[in-house]
Design a protein. Sequence first.
Length: 133
Amino acid sequence: MNTECRSLPVRDFLAMRLAAVAMQYTRSPRPQCRLCFRLNMTNEGSGSVRLLGRKWILRERNGCTRIIEAEQVFNQRPVLMPGEVFAYSGYRILDTALEEVELRFFGTDRSQSPFISPPLRFPRRCFSRPRRG
């Protein structure tokens, strides 16, 4: 059995920008919130890239960290040519208070070499619960 573990190289092909972020809190017996976002990714590399998956890193206020990986990028495997933009609006349902959220993308470059993007960090101000007055 091969127990060798290799990390994916971090490549900065994508310029990622959160165009909008909001938290919506529910008034249910079990507290939940919805992290809503609009994300724009531009291929700033010199060759095409294919996005194959994503990785959420959720750091909770209680000290726990959850890692959620998924194949595909919001039900797609987009190929971005140099200068092309991939935009997506989505949300993630959360049942715990968060301290920090990071989002990374897996993919391959034009020579089919795998990579992972640097983390896109959501602004901390998104996670402060509104005060009731």
